[in-house]
Design a protein around this ligand. Structure first.
Ligand code: ADP
Length: 266
C-alpha cells in the first residue's frame, strides 16, 4: 500500500523572492525511508528551501525532481498529493473537530458529507496511528500543543504522500510532546517509506532523530551528512557564529552541542 523507493532531488536549485536570490545552486539527493533535519541560522534559507521543494515557490533556475521528473512538469493536484507541506502555523478553524479537519483533506472540495465508508475507515486508522482516537471529536481549539501538531501531521498524511516537509514541527512543544512528535515521524518513515524533511532548531534533537543533517548558510549547503560528520565545532562556528563544544550524547551516542559564546562578528 505504501510507496516503493521514491527519490527527491534538487539540481542546481536557485530560488528566492523578487528582490533577493536566497537559495544558491543547491544539490540534494534524498532517499525514501529517511529523515533529513535542516538546520542553520535565522535567515539562512531553511523555510525557502521547504517552500521550493513543495512548489510553493518557483525556482529561478535548476529543478526539484521527484522520482526523476521535475515537479514543475507535474499537475498541481499531483504535487499536492505527493508532497505534503506542513508550515509553521498551519491554518485551522478552532471550532472544527479533529476528525472533520483530517477528513476534509481526503475528499475533493473539502466536502466531508461525501466521505465514503472506506475513507472514513482510513481516516479512523490514521487517527489511531497518530494517537488521536480519543481526541477525534475534540475541536482544534481544545487540543494541547502536541495533539494539535499530531493532528496537522495526520491531515498531511491523509493522501499518503511520498514526501513530508515540516517547518519547525517541534518548536513551542515541551520535551514530552517533542518526543511524541519525533517518535511518530520516526516510525512513519519506516512504515510508509517516506521522505521526511524537517526544519529543526534544536540541534541535539535533530542529531538524535535525523538520518541526515543538512546545514544551510546564506542559502548554500555548508555541510550534508550524518550528524556525527556534520555537527562539529567548526561547522557550528561557520553556521551559527558560535564557539561550541560538541560532546557525545550519553544516551543516544549522537553529537550534543554545548554553546559557549558568540564569536566576534567576522
Ligand atoms: P530561515 O527559514 O532559515 O529563517 P528564510 O527562508 O525564512 O530563512 O529566509 C531567507 C531569506 O529570505 C531572509 O533574508 C528573508 O528575509 C527572506 N525572505 C523570506 N521570506 C520572504 C518573503 N516572503 N519575501 C521576501 N523575502 C523573504
Amino acid at each position: 500500500m505504501f510507496h516503493s523507493d521514491s527519490r527527491l532531488a534538487a539540481q542546481a536549485l536557485s530560488a528566492g523572492y523578487s528582490a533577493e536570490t536566497v537559495l544558491k545552486n543547491l544539490q540534494l539527493d534524498i532517499q525514501a525511508g529517511s529523515i533529513t533535519a535542516i538546520i542553520g541560522a535565522n535567515g539562512s534559507g531553511k523555510s525557502t528551501l521547504l517552500k521550493t521543494l513543495a512548489r510553493k515557490l518557483t525556482p529561478s533556475s535548476g529543478a526539484v525532481m521527484l522520482d526523476g521528473k521535475s515537479i514543475s512538469t507535474i499537475s498541481k493536484r499531483q504535487v499536492l498529493d505527493e508532497i505534503a507541506f506542513l508550515s509553521q502555523h498551519p491554518a485551522a478553524k478552532s471550532t472544527e473537530t479533529v476528525f472533520d479537519f483530517v477528513s476534509k483533506n481526503s475528499v475533493s472540495n473539502s466536502d466531508i458529507s461525501r466521505l465514503s465508508p472506506k475513507l472514513k475507515k482510513e481516516v479512523e486508522a490514521l487517527l489511531d496511528r497518530c494517537g488521536l482516537t480519543k481526541a477525534s471529536e475534540l475541536t482544534i481549539g481544545e487540543l494541547s500543543g502536541g495533539q494539535r501538531q499530531r493532528t496537522m501531521i495526520a491531515a498531511a498524511l491523509v493522501k499518503n504522500p511520498k514526501v513530508l516537509l515540516l517547518d519547525e514541527p517541534t518548536t513551542s512543544l515541551d520535551y514530552a510532546h517533542q518526543l511524541e512528535v519525533i517518535n511518530l515521524l520516526s516510525s512513519l518513515k519506516h512504515e510508509r517509506n517516506m521522505i521526511i524533511l524537517a526544519v529543526i532548531h534544536d540541534l541535539n534533537l535533530a542529531a538524535r532523530f535525523a538520518d541526515k543533517v543538512l546545514i544551510l548558510k546564506n542559502g548554500e549547503i555548508l555541510a550534508d551528512g550524518e550528524a556525527s560528520e556534520v555537527i562539529t565545532p567548526s561547522n557550528m562556528a561557520e553556521a551559527f557564529n558560535i564557539l561550541a563544544r560538541v560532546i557525545e550524547d550519553p544516551v543516544a551516542k549522537t553529537p550534543m552541542v554545548i554553546p559557549i559564546r558568540q564569536l566576534v562578528n567576522q
